[in-house]
Design a protein around this ligand. Structure first.
Ligand SMILES: *[C@@H]1O[C@H](CO)[C@@H](O)[C@H](O)[C@H]1NC(C)=O
Length: 270
């Protein structure tokens, strides 16, 4: 299997035909530590570490993310909590090794179906203003309807050329009707019932450099929030960011309650 670094280079070479993940196009800088559940998954690159994917804290020792962020295992990656700036030595940061990685066993690399993973940190985090758990939607909970406003956040690319922000970005986007994302000029059959798609058109005339707000390379694994509860995981690469007919794709978390509870030991009989 190609290393992700190779994949990213190849992706850039073919002008973003393939992207490792998702990031924020348009949007704005988040207030520092206003989303204290955000996690940065980082990989060693020489003697430095580099942000690769997002995630979010769901319990004292657990971070949720996307399978396609770590498809072949943790391979020495670190999880950093309490981050606003990736580069600064913020005293809010807490860094962890990955004790366990649970990739969903039915993840499909062809269309990213079941793109949901859980990371067990090597120790519980210390709760602070900068590091807190976020609630996620369980089976029976209400997912956002078409046109509902949802939020996403991450440290992903700002454009299709891969320029990365140093601080956390966020964007308000809108859910797109699933039947539209199933159309052959959108994602066709690759778009499954386990996915939500969302984006936002910039009002016309558009005063931003990018016409669309969207997630883009580098923020896979991050959250999609509806009324402050995480309902989705930023999932699908394989597309350019900010294209009209290619909204961002998010894994619907409420479809995996039993699997998640089993792993985190929340099921009484587990
Ligand atoms: C939490 O705080 C204690 C006491 O300051 C420290 O020893 C420990 O390493 C901290 N844990 C983490 C995860 O940073």
């Amino acid at each position: 299997m190609l290393s992700e670094k190779t994949l990213v280079s190849v992706g850039l070479f073919v002008a973003g035909f393939f992207s490792l993940g998702e990031g924020i196009i348009g949007g704005r800088e988040a207030a520092a530590h206003s989303r204290p559940y955000m996690a940065s998954i980082q990989v060693a690159e020489g003697d430095r570490v580099k942000h690769e994917c997002g995630g979010f804290v769901v319990a004292d020792q657990w971070v949720m993310t996307a399978v396609h962020c770590l498809p072949t295992g943790a391979n020495g990656r670190k999880v950093v909590l309490g981050v606003h700036s990736l580069s600064l030595g913020e005293d809010t940061k807490q860094t962890f090794d990955i004790l366990e990685l649970h990739n969903h066993p039915e993840f499909n690399p062809d269309n990213y179906d079941n793109d949901i993973a859980l990371i067990k940190l090597d120790r519980p985090f210390n709760a602070s203003e900068a590091v807190k758990v976020v609630a996620f939607l369980r089976a029976g909970g209400v997912n956002p309807d078409t046109d509902a406003e949802v939020e996403t956040a991450g440290w992903g690319s700002l454009d299709n050329l891969g320029s990365r922000p140093d601080t956390l970005k966020e964007a308000v986007i809108q859910v797109v009707r699933s039947t539209r994302c199933q159309r052959s000029d959108y994602f066709g059959k690759k778009f499954t019932d386990n996915m939500i798609c969302a984006h936002k058109l910039c009002p016309d005339p558009c005063d931003r450099p990018h016409k669309m707000e969207d997630s883009c390379d580098g923020d896979s694994g991050g959250p999609l929030l509806y009324n402050g509860v995480v309902v989705g995981i930023t999932s699908n690469g394989g597309k350019k960011c900010g294209q009209i007919k290619k909204p961002g794709i998010y894994t619907i978390i409420s479809h995996y309650t039993e699997w998640l509870d089993g792993i985190m030991g929340l099921r009484p009989d587990a």
